[in-house]
Design a binder for this molecule. Structure first.
Ligand code: CP3
Length: 348
């Protein structure tokens, strides 16, 4: 399908663009009143995510409000553990929970490797959304990194200390590797299916890569994202841009740039120009406004956006985003200010 707006794809391939494309992580979700309405009608998160018509509607909601340059399919990184049989649900105010979290070596040994066929509802949501977008902007597919999924599967939700996950790495590394490998194999099939269904780009969210030491990050997180990148290329998708986003792992940017991915998501704890130097122009960079900037006034947001654009400079290969996602208590009006600022300050 030909795209009306391919700025995002061209920037990921480090081609020259008329201006910097922009999208936001978690751009669909609870900060939008129209999302909360559909979410209430659906009753629970998984019904919303697994009903293609509803997932499609919610994916497109932010594009109806703001002139964004990409859509991201409405889903969650925890769909893979759910398909493996852990039983995902969301407890109000507590976040994600599993009916059967991983608690023993047996649980890991018995865990099945899943494929795109086991997640047909995500494929259907992507096909329908691609058709509905009709080339307006590219659609992003996504998955969690094996390490980030491991933490949710062991901690049974979010964690502060990652005690169970780190105990697994340090006491029984071979078991940790077995689990990470099963997750990586499942993710290759899952992302290949998403591309086959219409996603033009895929992003791997390694939200908790930054809680590992640099050495552990390499062994337990980056290695498995690398396996996914190579696996997707071998599966016949060498040209589909892959974005790796490891939050808090700027210590490993040079290594990430050699992973075979096309672009890196950059959090806000590094100047994007320093990230550019560390990655030597080998990949495109996506980022990196501090999301908390959206709690400031309009003038401040405008200035902060300009600072990121000026720091990146004139080189091609910049996708504007924040260093992490939208939060439920952010005001939609601030996104309009951000998107407008990106366009004004980056237009050549
Ligand atoms: O536009 C988009 O980007 C939305 C699609 C999306 C969701 N989750 C929807 C969602 C994406 C890309 C994700 C990824 C995701 N999910 C990550 C990685 C990104 C990141 O922020 O680091 C992580 C760590 C998760 C796991 C997860 N799912 C959490 C921690 C939560 C929040 C739980 C809570 O109640 O605060 C979810 C649920 C979730 N996923 C919601 C949304 C909109 C909110 C649930 C709801 O509407 O009831």
């Amino acid at each position: 399908m030909t795209l009306e707006n391919d700025l995002f794809l061209r920037a990921l391939l480090r081609e020259k663009t008329e201006r910097t494309p922009v999208w936001l992580m978690r751009q669909a979700g609870r900060y939008l009143p129209e999302y909360r309405k559909i979410r209430k009608q659906a009753g629970d998160f998984m019904t919303l995510a697994s009903t293609p018509e509803l997932a499609c509607e919610v994916t497109i909601q932010p594009l109806e409000r703001f002139p964004l340059d990409a859509a991201i399919i409405f889903s969650d990184i925890l769909t893979i553990p759910d398909a493996m049989g852990l039983g995902l649900h969301f407890v109000q105010g507590e976040g994600p929970k599993f009916e059967k979290p991983i608690t023993s070596a047996k649980d890991i040994e018995n865990l099945p490797i899943v494929s795109a066929d086991d997640l047909q509802y995500v494929m259907d949501a992507i096909s329908l959304t691609t058709k509905t977008l009709n080339g307006r902007v590219p659609l992003i597919g996504f998955a969690g990194s094996p390490w980030t999924l491991l933490t949710y599967m062991l901690e049974n939700g979010s964690s502060k200390s990652y005690a169970k996950s780190k105990a697994l790495l340090y006491r029984t590394p071979e078991l940790a590797h077995q689990l990470l490998d099963k997750l990586a194999q499942s993710t290759i099939s899952y992302l290949a299916g998403q591309i086959e269904s219409g996603a033009s780009v895929v992003q791997i969210f390694d939200s908790w890569g930054g809680v590992l030491s640099p050495a552990d990050y390499k062994t337990f997180s980056l290695q498995y994202m690398n396996q996914i990148v190579i696996g997707l290329q071998a599966a016949g998708y060498p040209d589909t841009p892959i974005i790796l986003f490891s939050k808090g792992a700027n210590h490993s940017l040079p290594m990430m740039a050699n992973s075979g991915c096309h672009a890196l998501g950059i959090d806000w704890t590094i100047n994007i120009n320093d990230a550019l130097k560390l990655t030597e122009g080998k990949v495109a960079l996506q980022g990196n406004l501090d999301p908390a900037t959206l709690y400031a006034d309009d003038h401040f947001i405008d200035h902060a956006v300009k600072e990121v654009i000026d720091a990146y400079g004139d080189r091609p290969g910049h996708v504007f985003n924040m260093g992490h996602g939208m939060q439920p208590d952010m005001e939609p009006e601030k996104v309009a200010v951000l998107v407008d600022a990106v366009k004004r300050h980056s237009e050549h």
